[in-house]
Design a protein. Structure first.
Length: 253
């Protein structure tokens, strides 16, 4: 079985108790549809918010669709990407789903490559937060997965190269350095205008904590999350296209 090029896209976010997170996912879904009106996009969430991915996939099958492409709204391939996303698809098949589902790579670096769309989205949000920075912190949620943190470091290095500025990764939780610590270290090394780029797709508790810590440590500009930035919408479509080049197998017949 193969999926059609115009199969619907399911954006799967982690989910949050903060209603702004779901609103950000819906905003990205709309931005993807604006970028390619031939595509229909459906948000889904792993936790805290409905609908779940399996529910969306069953609804698409009931509506007559013959396939779907699932895009994880994640910036690292940590636990949620490696375990929760495949489990959500497996749950749908175990529950009787009989259409093929492709699962794209996450939106963060894949195979050692940082997509220009991700860098463009980060640059757009940082520019809105201020100008004249002499160093930047890339603030991420945080993970205990060392391999996932390596991809954040990769994104920080690529973003610094794109900006022509020193750029270091920092985290709101789970791993050092903390965002405030990273800002303070850059200031101690002589940086006077430290900007903070948000390696977040949506607002929420961890983003708010990272932003507050950055400002307390002396950051002069803190970017908003990526949300529905047009560069991220294009990146979603690129991930869909790449997934479309992979074979699809029905996980349960």
């Amino acid at each position: 079985m193969t999926a059609s090029p115009v199969d619907p896209v399911v954006l799967v976010a982690h989910g949050s108790r903060d209603p702004r997170a779901a609103a950000a996912t819906r905003a990205l879904a709309r931005a993807v549809e604006v970028a390619d009106p031939a595509v229909t996009v459906h948000p889904a969430y792993l936790d805290h918010t409905a609908p779940r991915p399996a529910d969306v996939l069953h609804a698409l099958a009931a509506a007559g669709h013959t396939g779907a492409t699932l895009v994880p709204l994640l910036l690292t391939a940590a636990y949620h990407g490696r375990v929760d996303i495949p489990a959500a698809v497996a749950e749908a098949y175990a529950d009787g789903l009989r259409i093929p589902v492709r699962v794209s790579t996450v939106l963060g670096p894949a195979d050692g490559i940082v997509d220009p769309g991700l860098l463009g989205g980060l640059a757009r949000r940082l520019a809105a937060a201020g100008t004249g920075f002499d160093a930047v912190v890339l603030a991420a949620a945080g993970t205990r997965d060392a391999a996932a943190r390596t991809t954040v470091d990769l994104a920080a290095a690529a973003f610094g190269t794109a900006l022509g500025l020193p750029c270091v990764a920092a985290y709101a939780s789970a791993a050092p350095p903390a965002v405030g610590t990273a800002v303070a270290r850059l200031r101690a090394r002589g940086a006077r205008r430290v900007g903070v780029a948000a390696y977040f797709l949506a607002p929420g508790r961890l983003y708010a904590e990272a932003a507050a810590a950055a400002r307390s440590a002396g950051a002069v500009g803190v970017a908003e999350p990526l949300e529905g930035a047009p560069e991220i919408a294009r990146l979603v479509l690129d991930r869909v296209e790449l997934a479309g080049k992979s074979p699809v197998s029905l996980l349960a017949a």
